[in-house]
Design a protein around this ligand. Structure first.
Ligand code: CIR
Length: 264
């Protein structure tokens, strides 16, 4: 099984309210039209990589709802509806339930108490689904997710994410079965000691949220040194614009849910 082979994806168009999305640096004001363009380029790139993309309509009442990775987790064998940790995002999952039911026979949920998990804290690797504990993903959520993953026949590994990273995947991506691209902060934790770790330079830390789809690794166009690093390692790399979504503390993985529907 290849962990980065996908033929289906779900994305959601940005709402105009996206400019009010959550972000650490309030002085960096994103521009709606530029976000729309980055999102269109992303959809085109997925389609060019042979992925059939379902594009959901914008949800004005949820500024961060274009980041569909956070309210759900999808696998060939089923989907899990998550419970995003930011109060303004919690109810985004209600808008994913019917969409997921239309694609997956099995739809699991986490419960309705204190459990909180953002999909950005979940990295699927060959031996385990790694769940990062952050300000968005709490222990109750991680334990509930581990139990649902067990029902899908998947192991979970719960890890502490270094303080200061929004999500686990803010600082790490799987680029092949044995290799992760990691920020220096994640690299030094040892969480991925079983992997070959390619560390990005500190000045391009956000580049570690790359996205491997089929034979291509998508990397933010504003991170040329990371692109060169991956090219030198023999990977096929394609740059995508992310300057505006980066203002919302977002990267390439967060704009889609991806899975392999057909047998590889
Ligand atoms: C948020 O803070 O929730 C959004 N502004 C960014 C979400 C990024 N999601 C992701 O990386 N999975």
């Amino acid at each position: 099984m290849r962990f980065f082979y996908f033929d289906r994806a779900i994305v959601r168009k940005p709402a105009e309210s996206v400019v009010d999305g959550l972000r650490a640096d309030k002085t960096a004001v994103p521009d709606f039209e530029a976000i729309r363009q980055e999102h269109s380029a992303y959809i085109a790139a997925l389609a060019a990589a042979s992925v059939t993309v379902e594009v959901l309509p914008p949800l004005e009442q949820y500024p961060d709802s274009m980041f569909v990775e956070d309210p759900a987790l999808v696998f060939r064998e089923g989907a899990i509806l998550l419970r995003p940790g930011a109060p303004s995002r919690l109810r985004e999952c209600d808008h994913m339930r019917e969409v997921l039911k239309s694609h997956f026979e099995q739809l699991l949920e986490l419960g309705c108490g204190d459990e909180r998990v953002d999909g950005g804290d979940v990295l699927v690797t060959p031996d385990a689904v790694v769940i990062g504990l952050t300000r968005r993903t709490n222990r109750a959520g991680a334990d509930a997710l581990a139990a649902q993953l067990d029902r899908l026949g998947r192991n979970a590994r719960i890890v502490e994410v270094p303080e200061g990273l929004l999500h686990l995947k803010t600082g790490v991506s799987l680029v092949d079965e044995e290799t992760v691209l990691a920020s220096p902060r994640v690299a030094e934790t040892g969480i991925f000691s079983g992997f070959r770790v390619v560390a990005v330079l500190a000045e391009e830390e956000a580049a570690s949220n790359a996205l491997r789809i089929n034979d291509t690794i998508f990397v933010g166009a504003c991170y040329p040194r990371t692109r060169d690093l991956l090219v030198k390692q023999g990977f096929n790399v394609q740059a995508l614009p992310v300057t505006e979504i980066a203002k919302l503390d977002a990267g390439l993985s967060c704009m889609s849910l991806r899975w392999l529907a057909l047998a590889a």
